[in-house]
Design a protein around this ligand. Structure first.
Ligand code: C5P
Ligand code: C5P
Ligand code: ZN
Length: 472
């Protein structure tokens, strides 16, 4: 990968201006942050654009505009057949689509007929797993590092991107190429890692709120029950306040943490939770050493959540500013978007509860109609699958009417166990959406598509057949 990254870096460094096109989620925003910083440091003029999905109409538009060299980050590989004749570079980790330009055996002699201009760096082309071992921002970082050794500090953004894309293993750790990037971030002094709880909100929430809002795993008798959470802490001799301020997880001593975690484990085991589920309470956490304690920016998981809330509400640029180090009004605005995002998620989960999840032979699904924004339907599907309300033995499919594009957005999510058994949602989404006149792709464990209105049932029939062939 290093050699390819170097070729791409050299091409970028020979340009005067570069236009970055990236995806709107945390991994896409950190990818754009890395690419922006690397180009800017090299004295190259940069512009940035964020998009939800790279579809054929967008590609036509890009081809018609002359914007100089384009650098696609965290997207592009799924559409390689339409991009390969374009002068562009791609740093992505989605499953590559089929190339139409791969020379047929009989054409190999005639090299002129094989003219691929696009330069692509994608882990799948090097035998690596793009869903687990490296993210879009990690792939972009490999190029940035070849552009200049000074860019090694950007490894912190690649850690945030990988965490945002849920690439941590069952043991709650970054693995594969992500681990190498993590090591560089630690060597640079921009990240420190430690084993701690995987519960969300260690920096930003008061202690009892960490328990109350726990969703993965659900804490029996505590999740959603504020007064039970307070009682639980009091019974275990944990002070709730210090100097009149709510204590946070990072304020606790090792013993206090141990007490809480072992009591939580006991509770879960008594309720029949599996040991894996209980063990998922513990994992590695990644601290951004340069950020202030007690802020959302201090822990990679919270930082990525903040970025996701920007992208989902058409404000990815705000997230980009935060990645580039701007604070003040940008951070304030990002925090507001986060508060709104959390409210939207709660409303969406309530809505799904009210309509229920339908089960098919090999899948389960729900339709968010106009009640779930298409930008969060994937997040909602993922939350439901991991929450305990859904059957973990079936992949979940979620529909929502698209706000700004003609059609229905579909998001699908699976589990690591299902992927081990042969599930590949990327091929399900790309092939089944194509059958009904749509477009899609992604990763084995999480993929998306846009299909025409009214084609949901036909699409699900195709999905049933395809998944049956993968799993049975
Ligand atoms: O577009 P991109 O590759 O950045 O997004 C990856 C998506 O896959 C994220 O929405 C992430 O939540 C999802 N994912 C998941 N479970 C995993 C890995 C990724 O839901 N184990
Ligand atoms: O949109 P959603 O979160 O469901 O997407 C899951 C994964 O599938 C993401 O990595 C996203 O970038 C990818 N995807 C894709 N092509 C689409 C829609 C989503 O590659 N048309
Ligand atoms: Zn990604």
């Amino acid at each position: 990968m290093k050699k390819k990254a170097k070729t791409i870096a050299e091409k970028l460094l020979s340009e005067n201006n570069v236009h970055i096109i990236s995806h709107i989620d945390a991994d896409g925003i950190t990818s754009a942050g890395i690419a922006y910083k690397a180009l800017d440091r090299a004295g190259i003029d940069v512009s940035v654009e964020f998009i939800k999905q790279l579809d054929e109409s967008k590609i036509e538009e890009i081809k018609a505009d002359d914007q100089g060299l384009i650098w696609f980050t965290d997207l592009g590989s799924g559409q390689i057949s339409s991009l390969e004749s374009l002068d562009c570079v791609i740093t992505d980790h989605h499953e590559p689509g089929n190339s139409t330009l791969t020379p047929k055996l009989e054409d190999r002699g005639n090299i002129l007929s094989y003219c691929r201009k696009a330069l692509e760096l994608n882990p799948h082309n090097f035998g690596l797993d793009g869903a687990k071992e490296i993210s879009g921002s990690g792939t972009t970082y490999l190029v940035a590092k070849e552009m200049s050794d000074k860019n090694r500090d950007l490894s912190k953004l690649a850690v945030i991107g990988a965490v945002g894309d849920l690439q941590t293993s069952e043991k709650g750790k970054l693995i594969g190429k992500n681990r190498e990037i993590l090591r560089e971030a630690v060597d640079e002094g921009v990240i420190s890692k430690r084993v701690d709880t995987t519960l969300y909100g260690l920096e930003s929430r008061p202690l009892h709120k960490v328990l109350e809002y726990a969703s993965n795993p659900i804490l029996p008798g505590l999740t959603g029950e504020e007064s039970n959470c307070v009682n639980f802490l009091v019974e275990n001799d944990i002070e709730l306040k210090k100097d009149g301020e709510w204590r946070k997880w990072y304020d606790l001593s090792k013993e206090e943490k141990r007490t809480i975690l072992s009591e939580l484990a006991k509770r879960m085991l008594r309720r029949g939770y599996s040991t894996e589920n209980v063990e998922s309470l513990i994992g590695e956490i990644y601290i951004l050493t340069e950020e202030e304690k007690g802020t959302m920016l201090r822990q990679a998981k919270e930082f990525s959540t903040l970025l996701n809330s920007c992208g989902r509400y058409d404000k990815a640029e705000i997230g980009l500013h935060v990645c580039l180090g701007d604070r003040d009004e940008y951070l304030d605005e990002a925090m507001k978007l986060l508060a709104g995002h959390q409210k939207v998620l709660v409303d969406c989960l309530d809505y799904v509860e009210s309509i229920g999840i339908e089960e098919g032979e090999n899948i389960q699904f729900f339709h968010g109609e106009d009640r779930i924004p298409d930008t969060v339907v994937g997040t909602v599907a993922g939350m439901i699958l991991s929450s305990g309300d859904a059957d973990k033995r079936l992949p979940i499919f979620a529909f929502a009417n698209s706000d700004d594009r003609e059609g229905v957005k579909v998001s699908s999510r699976g589990t690591k166990q299902l992927v081990q058994k042969g599930l590949d949602l990327s091929s399900v989404m790309s092939e089944c959406s194509e059958e009904v006149g749509g477009e899609g792709g992604g990763h084995d464990i999480a993929a998306g598509a846009l299909i025409p209105h009214g084609k949901e049932e036909e699409f699900l029939n195709e999905v049933e057949k395809k998944i049956d062939s993968q799993l049975n």
